[in-house]
Write a protein that binds this ligand. Structure first.
Ligand code: AMP
Length: 175
């Protein structure tokens, strides 16, 4: 069976969670199946090989695959965390949500100037979080050259925003 078919059978769509109108993609059953997990990592690694010097994972589901991708690529992994979790020194970036704003933070000194960076998360929705993560990388003299996601929600138009940054966007499953 193809990877995409396996994922379609495994990922569960939860309507109206955490609020009405959201089709929440529950990826937790993936972690019951180590062979499927390995296949997902292999697909991400195959695409990213030779293209990046560091991987940034977005809290918290961006860590689930991000660390394994970084280890397989033999490059550093850097955590992007929600506001208030990291000890200093760090920098933060605010971004818009559907209602209100949010903020993510990253330790300074972990990314090196000139590095090509992969921004990774489980799911691409509006792209707000991923673009804010790329800004944190760029403020440190590095460049987000690749974005990768297990799932891309195409209707929300994030691909256009990422294309504008000149970076590559790789997603395994599109809805
Ligand atoms: P965005 O900044 O709009 O691209 O949102 C991406 C972040 O929100 C990711 O960290 C996702 O884990 C989470 N997210 C957004 N929409 C969904 C959804 N429908 N199902 C699961 N997670 C979601």
């Amino acid at each position: 069976m193809k990877l995409i078919e396996k994922l379609n059978e495994t990922i569960v769509n939860i309507p109206d969670f955490p609020k009405e109108g959201i089709q929440f993609k529950d990826i937790t059953p993936i972690f019951l199946n180590p062979e499927l997990y390995e296949e997902i990592i292999a697909r991400f690694v195959e695409n990213a090989k030779g293209k990046v010097d560091a991987v940034c994972g977005i809290e918290s589901r961006g860590y689930l695959f991000g660390i394994a991708i970084a280890v397989a690529l033999k490059v550093p992994f850097i955590l992007i965390r929600k506001k208030g979790k990291l000890p200093p020194p760090f920098i933060g970036e605010k971004y818009d949500l559907e209602y209100g704003t949010s903020e993510i933070e990253m330790k300074t000194g972990h990314i090196k100037a000139g590095q090509r960076v992969l921004i990774h998360d489980d799911l691409l929705a509006t792209g707000g979080t991923a673009i804010a993560a790329a800004k944190l990388v760029e403020r440190q003299g590095a460049k987000a050259t690749l974005f990768s996601f297990l799932i891309e929600l195409e209707a929300l138009g994030a691909r256009e925003k990422i294309d504008k940054t000149g970076a590559e966007l790789f997603s395994i499953l599109k809805y």
